[in-house]
Structure formats: structure tokens, C-alpha cells
Design a protein around this ligand. Structure first.
Ligand SMILES: *Cc1c(COP(=O)(O)O)cnc(C)c1O
Length: 399
């Protein structure tokens, strides 16, 4: 069944896509906790190494459980091929380094997940790969940053934590005009609410740690693209540097994918209601939520996203003290820098995820002392609204 090409809608693909059923006919995906594989004969080993016979060789290259996860992600994303990685950062680093060499130039939107920014800004230059960070919301900035050796564009949309939205189709078009490739980190939108490959991006990366697991258990990542790019750029890099996903984590992520649409739908619905509630409160200076008409790039959201995301960025009046008092007064919402979880989580970027940036860099990204990022979980919406309301009152924030 897995080998047939079917036009499944996402919810079906996420339950059945990529399934490799063993001779035992198990209902649930099997977890193949094995490093290696045995061959019937020496000739069979030779044939498999030559690529003349299909089959697995070593789990650093591929593993049946990991393969199911990769195929299911391909079905969801509409990608030809994928490689699953041990974490989201392994995916980002592999996608960037496998396709750039000394003397190449990367243009990236400056609003990046902290570790992504480190890879682009600090690690890549050590290997002679130049990088320019731009305000990605204006296409003119991307154009101005182009050099004769520009090979890669890299962006995240919506961004962490201020949920800035970049016009993926416009950046992809610009990349195509100079023969460069666009890599999109699609974590915040999830594969359900934004399809970067359909918008023209060449490579999509995920931290599967977030919504794809969605229940706070294991790290994982995935890189998706066309077969040609993976064969020519990622294939050898991946085999020989070993960022592979463990079969146990792949199994957990496969189970996560089955419920992804239900969870993302519920979390987005709650997020929309909480964002609207916050926007009407006197204690709140600013709410940024892609699902609201007052989002700074609402026109682009409309063009490229089919949902408002499960995250909200808010600014409480009264700066750090008020932001801390509000967080501490929350009862259901937990203080944690993770996101996409079944549990609602809140973080204060200036003192946690973005503490390593200079004050100036934080200001550029719109991260102030009162800025908070809320990841909405699966709890009852009314309970969450009540929790937020009681915490705003308890924090005694002057409206
Ligand atoms: C979490 C995250 C990453 C890194 O993923 P890990 O699984 O933690 O390595 C990269 N990009 C974005 C946007 C993220 O949210």
C-alpha cells in the first residue's frame, strides 16, 4: 500500500502515509531498533552496496521506522524526498552546509531562531561561507544583499518570537532569478498551515520536536526537497556526517503525525480566541497574531497561510517586572521556552531564548522588556482564557 501513489488529503496521509508493514501484519508502525542489517549471501551484500538491490545497509543511512517517518512527511509536504534528523538544528545545519562551500554567500532574514542565527552568523563564516542578515519583511532588502556569489536564501516565517511574516513566493522568485536556492524553516506555521514548496521554496526544514511530536517527548527534525537536490547535495553529507534520527524517536514522531491535524486545529482555534481576548485588555500594549486582521503583514498572511498559527506574541505594559509577574501568576500555562506542545507554554524572550543578542539586535526584532511568547496547548479554551485573565489581574499591571 505504501508504494502506490495516492491523492490523499493530509489527514489520511498522516495516518497511513509511508507505512511499511512487516510480515506480522501489525496495525501500528513497527519500531525497528536495529543498527545494521544482514544479507542472505555475500553476493547480496555486494549488490546492495552497489545499489543494484534495494534494502537497508546501516541505520546511519536509513532505517525502516525512520523511512516511514520520512515518507509520511513527504506525503504531507508534497516533497519528492526527505531525510530525518536527530533535531531541528541538525536539519538546519545539514541543509545549509551540504549545499554551500567556501566562497559562497548566504542571505538570511535576521529574525531567526537563536541557534539558526548562530549557524548562519558565526559558524558558516568560519568555513569561508559569507552571510548577510537582512530585515526579511521587505523584498528590496533581499535584493540589495545579493552578491555574485549568493547561493542560498534562508528564512523563517512566521518568525520567533514576534511572528513576523516574510513573503515566501517573492523571495523564492528572487532566488530563482539568480540561480540561488531558498531554504524555509517552517516550524511556526506547521506543515498544515503553510506549504513553502508550493510557494516556490526549494528546501523545507522542520524541528519535529515542536508540533510534529507535539507532546514534549523527543527531539527530531526533517529536511524535505526534490530528489535531485537531495541526491546531489544532501545524500553523501548525511551518510558521512551522521545527523540521523533514532528509530525510537522516529516512531514517536510517526504517532505524533497521526494526530497533528487535530492538535493544530484545536490549538489554533484557542490561540485565535486568546489573541482576541488579549487585544481587548488594557494591560496589553500589543498583540501580534497572524490570524488577526491587525497583523503587520496581514496581506501576506492571507496569501500564504491557511491558519493563524498556535503562537501569540504579546507585550504587557510595565516591562520586565509586569511580564514576570504575569508569567508567575499563570496557573495552567507553564513557563518554558519550548513550543508546539500539548501544554500551553510561555516564555520571556529577552531573558531566555534571545538573551544572547545585543540590546540593539533585540530592538531590531521588536523584542522589548515586556514581550512574551505564548504557545497555546490542548487545554480547554475557556480554562486557558480564565487563566490568562486571572493572571493579568493578579499581576496588578497598570492599564
Ligand atoms: C526549535 C526550533 C529549531 C530547532 O529545533 P530543535 O529540534 O530544538 O533542534 C529551529 N527553528 C525553529 C523555528 C524552532 O522553533
Amino acid at each position: 500500500m505504501s508504494t502506490k501513489k495516492r491523492n490523499w488529503k493530509p489527514q489520511t496521509a498522516l495516518v497511513h502515509g509511508g507505512t511499511l508493514r512487516s510480515g506480522f501484519g501489525e496495525t501500528s508502525e513497527a519500531m525497528y531498533l536495529t543498527q545494521g542489517y544482514v544479507y542472505e549471501t555475500a553476493q547480496a551484500a555486494e549488490a546492495r552496496f552497489k545499489g543494484e538491490e534495494p534494502g537497508f545497509i546501516y541505520s546511519r543511512y536509513a532505517n525502516p521506522t525512520v523511512d516511514m517517518f520520512e515518507k509520511r512527511m513527504c506525503a504531507l509536504e508534497g516533497a519528492e524526498d526527505a531525510r530525518a534528523t536527530a533535531s531541528g538544528m541538525a536539519a538546519v545545519t545539514a541543509a545549509l552546509l551540504c549545499s554551500a562551500k567556501a566562497g559562497d554567500h548566504i542571505v538570511a532574514a535576521r529574525a531567526l531562531f537563536g541557534s539558526c542565527r548562530w549557524v548562519v552568523e558565526t559558524l558558516a563564516p568560519r568555513y569561508g561561507i559569507e552571510a548577510t542578515l537582512v530585515d526579511g519583511t521587505d523584498i528590496a532588502n533581499w535584493e540589495k544583499a545579493i552578491r555574485p556569489n549568493t547561493k542560498l536564501f534562508f528564512l523563517e516565517s512566521p518568525t520567533n518570537p514576534t511572528l513576523e511574516v516574510v513573503d515566501i513566493a517573492a523571495v523564492a522568485k528572487l532566488a530563482n532569478s539568480i540561480g540561488a536556492r531558498l531554504i524555509v524553516d517552517n516550524v511556526f506555521a506547521t506543515p498544515l498551515q503553510q506549504k513553502p514548496l508550493l510557494l516556490g521554496a526549494h528546501i523545507v526544514v522542520y524541528s519535529a520536536t515542536k508540533h510534529i511530536d507535539g507532546q514534549g517527548r523527543c527531539l527530531g527534525g526533517v529536511i524535505l526537497s526534490d530528489k535531485k537536490w537531495i541526491d546531489e547535495n544532501l545524500h553523501d553529507y548525511f551518510r558521512h556526517t551522521g545527523p540521523s534520527l533514532s528509530p525510537f524517536n522516529a516512531w514517536t514522531l510517526l504517532k505524533g503525525l497521526e494526530t497533528l491535524p487535530l492538535r493544530v486545529r484545536q490549538q489554533t482555534e484557542s490561540a485565535g480566541k486568546i489573541a482576541d481576548f488579549l487585544a481587548g485588555r488594557p494591560e496589553i500594549a500589543r498583540v501580534i497574531y497572524p490570524g488577526r486582521a491587525d497583523h503587520p503583514q496581514a496581506d501576506i498572511v492571507k496569501k500564504q497561510m491557511s491558519g493563524g498559527s498556535t503562537l501569540i506574541c504579546l507585550d504587557v505594559k510595565g516591562g520586565k517586572q509586569a511580564a514576570f509577574a504575569f508569567q508567575n501568576a499563570l496557573d495552567i500555562v507553564l513557563i518554558s521556552n519550548n513550543l508546539g506542545d500539548a501544554k500551553s507554554l510561555i516564555t520571556h524572550p529577552a531573558t531566555t531564548t534571545h538573551k544572547n543578542l545585543s540590546d540593539e539586535a533585540r530592538a531590531e526584532l521588536g523584542i522589548g522588556p515586556g514581550t512574551l511568547r505564548l504557545s497555546v496547548g490542548l487545554e480547554d479554551t475557556d480554562d486557558l482564557l480564565e487563566d490568562v485573565e486571572q493572571a493579568l489581574k493578579a499581576a496588578k499591571i497598570e492599564g
